[in-house]
Design a binder for this molecule. Structure first.
Ligand SMILES: Cc1cc2nc3c(=O)[nH]c(=O)nc-3n(C[C@H](O)[C@H](O)[C@H](O)COP(=O)(O)OP(=O)(O)OC[C@H]3O[C@@H](n4cnc5c(N)ncnc54)[C@H](O)[C@@H]3O)c2cc1C
Length: 398
């Protein structure tokens, strides 16, 4: 029987930031990270847009608004302290149609309410800054940047081990129980007895909560985000990140043009219902995962409400010309031959019984445990304040 004071289940950025924070607050405690894959950061943390979000979009007062703003600063500070490269390239959110202008104005007000640096930019000015972009107006977010979150998470893992923590990879947690003295965790081949546990299982968050006796009133529905790398374009195609004005009918931010570390650009991600939780290829399918989605009443209610957007995302996923249309709205010079396949990611999105996509970060408390139930974007940016919040809840405030 393996024993520890605290176990963290899941070696993504949220789990690793939490492991470091527990160590910081309880030096000398035996802290264990259990990860089912052969290495950390192989799922959402290693397959995202790599954007340090400033916190423009989130409802004022929400956990997302607070943790994203603080997390952007904390991420930069962590990178500075550990020589991880990042770039403060800023972001232009561009309107290309008149109907987007009022939405852009509302976004500006929201950013101001969130205390985020934001500027309104005229169409001619935006086109002057970025000559290859079509825009009738834009918002400029100077505090948006790019980083490799896989590298951030691997550095967190390295520091955790240096400070005496243990990461066991290849350990799939299957279930367990809590009693008055602590938690018994069952994995495929071993049992682990711990005082406290934090579940940061991303795409498997609902299963973990159920496997430990909780009755979560949501299910994780996986949404694949497909990207293309841009070929045959000049290295100065754009010098900033370019985002569309988000469509309030759609839950995600829209296909954006992102500069990558080491040069080049990607466009993406779209948002297509995935038939497997870790299904990165279009053909990936799991009867268990699909069965879990369709058995959840909220899945059908969500689909009913979003039939139009869901159909259009699916169409753009199977038809490259339709995908291209989304990009050409703001960058007309990108052509079909410029789109090269690039690795996809799958978002873990919690959906409530009534079909609502749960927007804010969500946590569920067990007797000696905390389950991170909804940590979609911007949780990579926000991981460090999320970890502080988790440890406050688990061990009491600092
Ligand atoms: C396409 C896409 C684009 C995104 N873009 C951005 C962005 O630009 N900026 C941003 O801030 N955020 C972005 N995000 C969101 C961000 O990537 C996630 O919010 C963040 O990585 C969540 O981290 P996590 O640790 O909760 O989950 P994960 O990284 O998914 O980690 C969960 C871990 O738990 C492990 N696990 C699961 N079940 C078990 C089990 N039973 N036993 C043991 N281990 C288990 C998994 O193997 C995995 O390693 C994006 C996400 C996607 C998918």
């Amino acid at each position: 029987m393996i024993t520890a004071d605290v176990a963290i289940i899941g070696g993504g950025i949220v789990g690793l930031a939490t492991a470091l924070e527990v160590q910081r607050r309880q030096p000398g405690a035996k802290v264990l990270v259990l990860e089912k894959e052969p290495a950390v950061a192989l799922h959402q943390t290693g397959r995202n847009s790599g954007v340090i979000h400033a916190g423009v979009y989130y409802p004022p007062g929400s956990l997302k608004a607070r943790f994203c703003r603080d997390g952007a600063a904390a991420t930069r500070a962590f990178c500075d302290a550990h020589a991880i490269p990042y770039e403060n390239c800023g972001k232009l959110i561009v309107a290309t149609h008149a109907d987007e202008v009022p939405r852009m104005a509302a976004l500006y007000d929201r950013a101001v309410a969130n205390g985020i640096a934001i500027e309104q930019v005229s169409g001619p000015d935006a086109r002057g800054w970025e000559p290859n972009i079509a825009a009738i107006g834009a918002l400029w977010s100077p505090n948006t940047g790019i980083v490799d979150y896989g590298a951030v998470a691997r550095k967190m893992a390295e520091l955790f081990i240096e400070r005496g923590g243990v990461i066991q990879t290849g350990v799939t947690v299957t279930g367990g129980a809590e009693d008055a003295s602590g938690i018994l965790i069952r994995a495929l081949r071993e049992q682990i007895s711990v005082g406290k546990a934090v579940f940061c299982a991303g795409l498997h968050a609902d299963r973990m909560a159920q496997a430990f006796g909780l009755q979560p009133d949501f299910r994780i529905i996986p949404f694949r985000g497909e990207y293309f790398a841009i070929a045959h374009q000049p290295p100065d195609l754009v010098t900033r990140l370019i985002y569309p004005v988000p469509d309030p009918e759609r839950p995600f931010l829209g296909v954006h043009l992102t500069r990558k570390f080491g040069g080049g650009f990607t466009v993406g991600p779209n948002a297509v219902l995935a038939l497997r939780r870790e299904g990165y290829a279009k053909t990936d399918f799991s009867a268990r995962d699909l069965g879990a989605s369709v058995a959840w009443p909220g899945f059908w209610r969500m689909l009913g409400r979003n039939l139009g957007p869901a159909a259009s995302e699916l169409a753009a996923s199977v038809s490259r010309p339709l995908y291209l249309k989304k990009v050409q709205r703001y960058c007309p010079q990108i052509g079909l031959g410029d789109l090269k396949p690039y690795r996809a990611g799958v978002r873990a999105q919690a959906v409530a019984r009534d079909g609502r996509l749960i927007d804010d970060f969500l946590f569920l408390q067990g007797r000696h445990s905390l389950h991170v139930c909804n940590a979609p974007s911007p949780a990579a940016t926000a991981a460090i304040p999320i970890a502080a919040h988790i440890v406050d809840e688990l061990l009491g405030p600092r």
